[in-house]
Design a protein around this ligand. Sequence first.
Ligand SMILES: [Zn+2]
Length: 448
Amino acid sequence: MAYYSSFGAAQGVTGSCHLLEIGYLKILVDCGLFQGRDEELNIEEFPFDPSEIDYVIVTHAHLDHIGRLPLLVKEGFSKKIISTKATYEIAKLMLANAAGIIQESKNPIYNENDVEPTLKFFGTFLEYGESMNLTDDIKISFKNAGHILGSASLKIEYKEDGMDKSAIFSGDLGQHSRIITSPLQAWEKGNYIFLESTYGDRLHEDLTISINSFKENILNTIKKGGVVLLPSFALERTQEILYLLKQMSEEGLLSNIPVYLDAPLAINVTKVFKKFPHLMNDEIKAVFEAGQDPFNFKELITTSLKEESIAINEVAAPKIIIAGSGMCEGGRIKYHLVRYLQNPLNKVIFVGFQVPGTLGNKISTMYNKTIKIDDSYIDVKADIEIINGFSAHADQSDLINFVKNLEDIYCIYLIHGDEQKLKIFKEKINDELESKVHIVKKKERIYI
Ligand SMILES: [Zn+2]
C-alpha cells in the first residue's frame, strides 16, 4: 500500500515536509522550517518517528525545505539524504547560517553543533535526467525545477497492487524565464502530481520590464548623487543583481562608483554558484565560456569583515550597497537603513516580495512616516521602489503549463500555497484542465 501525508506546506507555504509510505519504505520529501506566522510549529514534535525514515529527498536548498533537517537528525534520523550536488553545497552554507540565528532565537530547536552531523547524511547525489533505484520496485528521478541553482522536481515510480504508478513532486518551480538559472524541464507522464501553488492566483510582471525598472532606478539615484540600498536574499537574488550590475558596468553606466556586496553569506553562496556554470542558462554559460565571471565587475567590492562593512559609511555617495537580509529582518541591511533612510536623495529598491509583518514590508509602506529600527526612530525620506518581476516562483500560467501536457494524471494535489490562493488556483485548473484536483489539508493522509 502507498500513502502520502503532508506535515508541512499544506494550506501554507513554509515548513515543506511530505511523507511517502510505499510498502515498508518511508521516504520524506523535504524537511523545512516553518517561517513567519507559522514559526511556532517548529517546536512541535514530528508526527512520525524520524528514526524510521529510510530516505530524505531534498528538492532544493531554501530553508523552508531543508531547515529542520538538523532537528530530524537530532531526533534519530540516520539514513541517506538525496539531493543534487549543487543543493548540498548551498545547504551547507544555509544550514550553518540558520543555526547561528536559531540558537539565539526564542525557540532554539538546534544549534551550530547540530549542522555537521546532519551534513554527514548527505552525499547521495542525483542529477537532472538521472534515476536511482531505492528498491527493486521504487525508482526516483530528478528534473530541473528552474527555481534556484540545483533545484529539482522529483518523480517516484513504484508498484502498487501489481500496477505501475508514479508520483511527481514539483518542488518549488521557477518562472519560464530566469536571469541565471536554466529553465525548468517538463515531465511527460505522472499519476499523482503534488504541485506547488505559491502564485497560483496571479501572473507576474514581465521579467524584462522588471530588469529595465531596476536599472533605471539605479541610474536615477546615482545621477542625483544618492545611495542605493538593495536588501537582498543571499541565494539566487544576489547573484541575479550582481549580473545585472555587471551589465551596467560594461555599458559604462556605473561610472566607477563603488558597489558593495556587504553580506558574508551571499559572498559565500556566490562562490558556490561559480562551481556550477553548467546549471545556468545559455546567456550566463556564454559569459563563463568567454572566460569571464558573470558575478564580478570592476566596481564590485566584497566586504566580509565587520570593519570593512563599517568603513562603507566613510565613503561618499553615490554608492550602491547590497546587503541581507532580503526582508530586512536581520543582517547588515538594518544598520545601513538606519543611516540612509532619512535622506531624500537615497533609494531603497526591494527586489523580492516583502511578507506582511516584516521590517521590509513596513518600510515599503512608511514613506514620509517615522519607523523604529532596533532602538532608532527614523523618518523615512528616501525613495522606496518595489520590483516584483524577479520572483523565483512560477506564476499561474507557468504552473498550468507544468501540468497541461502531462499524460496519465489521476489527480493534481495542490500544496505550498496560502488558502485563498489555493481556492483561486483550483478553480482555474477546473476551468482549463480535465484533471481532478484536490487541495491537500494539513496532516491529511492520502492513498496513492
Ligand atoms: Zn524555494
